[in-house]
Design a protein around this ligand. Structure first.
Ligand code: GH3
Ligand code: MG
Ligand code: MG
Length: 307
């Protein structure tokens, strides 16, 4: 009887030892495996970090996992999720169990003064063991940012182009319809600009366009949007609450151009057409009214503001 109990105890002990060994062995294999990955790679349980590859430790500035764990044992403390309207993955203590396989979660990791963007992926390896990888996409994000910034600027004047202005106006129009917030459009056209080109050459004309842009920009409030509408025409979206206010602003701009001494050509003037947002407006209708007002300003003798 005693022998059978002893035998059973020995077997149970052996099984426990095998279990501990295989568990240890499994984690050792994982540790070796994650070193092959160039991306930051972490092995974690539902709550605690078990291992991190050298790429990760080096990036975060830790000598080893022990040192890292002195700072935190929770992986979620090392990054912040970039949340959008429909993504909110890293919440709750067992967040790692909730991220669908193959799902990319955009996160940021800050080291010192530098914040970089990563795509995080989670794979469940076995019960309570997860491999989390962080693929650095900071360079791609920066390039995309530069490209989209370039795409919204006018090459010559470096102010917004027509396409960008239209997207700003579309947003403003949507808000105006919801919250009934007023805005005005000011269309500006350089007077007799063809004559500038004909008299001083195309390059001098370009210089005028650049100088007009920077002069107008310097006179506008940061909340007003300003763009090159095309050729020698500029456009302003002003959050002026009345037509009178917009008129005053345009008049100030008109006078500033009139007295400014431009390189080579010295003096030019501009005509201004203003429209104010009305309830049923579309992008086209609000601009059309400003264009009609501008047309009348030209007909009335140029160098004037008309609403
Ligand atoms: P108005 O007072 O009626 O506006 O007369 P205008 O001569 O300014 O108008 P018009 O439409 O007859 O001529 C516009 C000129 O603007 C013609 C075109 O060559 C010139 N232009 C358009 N884009 C550029 C540009 O990027 N650089 C230069 N230098 N000229 C341009
Ligand atoms: Mg014109
Ligand atoms: Mg003109």
């Amino acid at each position: 009887m005693l022998t059978s109990i002893l035998c059973a105890l020995v077997i149970v002990l052996l099984l426990i030892l095998i279990w501990i060994y295989s568990k240890k062995n499994f984690d050792t294999h994982l540790r070796t495996f994650i070193e092959f990955n160039n991306d930051i790679t972490v092995i974690t349980t539902e709550t605690e970090i078990i291992a991190m590859n050298k790429a990760g430790l080096h990036f975060l500035g830790f000598k080893n996992v022990k040192e890292l764990k002195k700072k935190t044992k929770y992986l979620s403390k090392l990054f912040t999720e970039i949340r959008t309207e429909d993504s909110k993955y890293v919440t709750g203590i067992n967040w790692v169990t909730k991220i669908p396989k193959g799902q990319n979660v955009k996160v940021q990791i800050t080291t010192g003064a530098l914040t970089q963007t990563f795509l995080m992926q989670v794979s469940r390896i076995k019960e309570n063991r997860y491999m989390v990888t962080f693929h650095n996409i900071s360079r791609m994000v920066a390039e995309k940012d530069t490209i989209s910034k370039l795409a919204e600027k006018d090459e010559l004047t470096q102010i917004y182009n027509r396409a960008k202005f239209k997207t700003i106006l579309a947003t403003c129009l949507r808000n105006a319809k919801i919250h009934n917030t007023p805005f005005t459009i000011i269309l500006i056209d350089i007077d007799h600009f063809k004559k500038v080109n004909d008299t001083y050459g195309h390059d001098a004309g370009d210089k005028v366009l650049i100088q007009v842009s920077s002069l107008l920009k310097s006179l506008l409030r940061s909340q007003d949007s300003f763009a090159r509408w095309g050729g020698e025409e500029f456009i302003i979206l002003s959050h002026s609450s009345t037509l009178g206010e917009a008129h005053k602003l345009a008049e100030r701009l008109r006078q500033s151009i009139e007295i400014f001494s431009f390189d080579i050509v010295k003096h030019i003037t501009c005509s201004f057409g203003i429209s104010q947002y009305e309830t049923d407006d579309t992008i086209d209708s609000v601009i059309k009214r400003a264009d009609n007002a501008l047309y009348r300003a030209k007909a009335m003798g140029r160098n004037r503001v008309n609403a």
